[in-house]
Design a protein around this ligand. Sequence first.
Ligand code: M6R
Length: 612
Amino acid sequence: MCGIVGYVGKRKAQPILINGLLRLEYRGYDSAGISVMEETGIKTIKNQGRVKGLLEVKEIEDLKGTMGIGHTRWATHGKPSAINSHPHMDNEKTTSVVHNGIIENYIELREFLTKNGYKFLSQTDTEVIPNLIHFYYEKTNKKDKMDFVKALKQAVEMLKGSFAIEVLNNDFKEEMFVVRKDSPMVIGKGVEENYISSDIPAILSFTKDFYLLNDYEFAVLSKDDVEFYDINLNKIEKQPKNIAWDVSSAEKDGYEDFMLKEIYEQPKSIRETIGARITLGVKSTLDELDFTKEYLESVDRVYIVACGTAMNAGMTTKKILEQFCHLQTEVDIASEFRYRKPLITPKTLCIFISQSGETADTIAALKLAKEHGAKTIAISNVIGSSITREADYSLYTHAGPEIAVASTKAYTSQIVLLAIIAIYFAEVLGVSSRELEELKKEILEVPKKIEEILDNTEKIKDFAKRISNEKDVFFIGRGIDYTVAMEGSLKLKEISYIHAESYAAGELKHGPIALIENGITVIGIMTDAELAPKTVSNLQEVVTRGAKTLVVTNQDIDKSMFDEVIEIPEISEYISPILSVVPLQLLAYYISKERGLDVDKPRNLAKSVTVE
Ligand code: M6R
């Protein structure tokens, strides 16, 4: 949450910072601000509301400096307001700081600083940082930049929590300073210019070469150089990583919104996920994994752990892992897993899924699994993201940057990759079945089948119009279709603000059916031949009570009783969510558009949840 950018080079910093912030706005959009180093010292402009509001501030055009920092905020401590916006400065207005993360002990630090004569203007946790830096810097000889880095180190050693921090100080007109712990930040390497960003897409149009900072590593950026220091302030060398993402992948490319573009990109992103990982008649190759039969036979259980949509993707894999590989599998929400003292042994295999690779709860759950000696696999979309650096093994979805807050193409790519991993396990375990080969064939056919769905969206648009003013919508399904009900309901609530619930269809009569009354919308998903007749009966029960029904199915059922039926191509029920989710993604999208909402930046949400 919160987006940070930084620039130092030969060009005017202001437009580059604003451009970066506009691209990072999906990380938070409660307020925005920038500080630029001018000849006379640091100048700061900040505002409540969206980044574009900064452009309306008259003084913005006066900023001529070639080095600066910027921030777009997702409020944690202190309501959205100009005073709580970043950058924050110390009392003497010598040091300007932007921060992503949470300082957990800020109250204690405020007391410490107050006792030392400091005053606070905002309600934020961040404001302690420039003041702490000032406090320690005053104790140095202020001889050179290393004195400042030393003060920065002393300040961050006082902080508990998570942070990615960028700092400007009036004594250094050509250098800026950064440090991070448990919050994302990358440094982009240019020619006679260098960049900082919370994530790669925001500065992809400027560079494809990125340095990754580990926890408690410091960097000093100038126009021509980036110097790195470890926690003991020993100089360290780093090589930039080249990121092969295409610049246009971070642009809207003619689509009205990123979400729609990303929904339509799914055939391509899935092709990229599959890559050379499966070939018919040949054992699946996963270069990233080196598991043996003995190891997999010794695994006592598999945990799949993630948050939100990534967790919903994980849910779909339980059945394949259990039925093909006979691996007992539990799927859990990371924020629950990390505190519930799960049974983890050195024989446990834990798979963590995160599109961004920066989700705080997922990273914490991964660290817990490692502490207990489990083997860990990370599945992420972002090369070099924190989760991939922590895990024993990392596999990338290669879905390309996902910008819209509502996750779509990441979900389908995660399911594909998880299915491929399950097939790989099954093959290592020596399971050779016709069904396994059939599953591979089905995976290879998925992109074409999604194209078929995307070519035929009229019914979905029409149903979206019909229910766009509803207050409550229910999603039901059984087995793997229940997992899609969960994802469909999450998508709808997050971008349309309609109250949506998902239920295992069989659970309806254990309570929720009490809510079904005339005109209420129930969406049923049916792709499992064995379970479809049962879900049909459950839908019949809500139709009897006056519900309006939409069905997404590839089964041969009596369709006459439903208000609308979206037919999807046939597919193995092990991976059917990859197809059945697409109409639900589009439904949520078109409902949000009907309601005139900001599809890509829904209220209160942020793309990457880097705080607990
Ligand atoms: O980056 P991650 O996959 O770890 O993110 C997890 C969730 O925050 C994310 O899937 C969230 O639920 C999306 N907004 C759903 O559309």
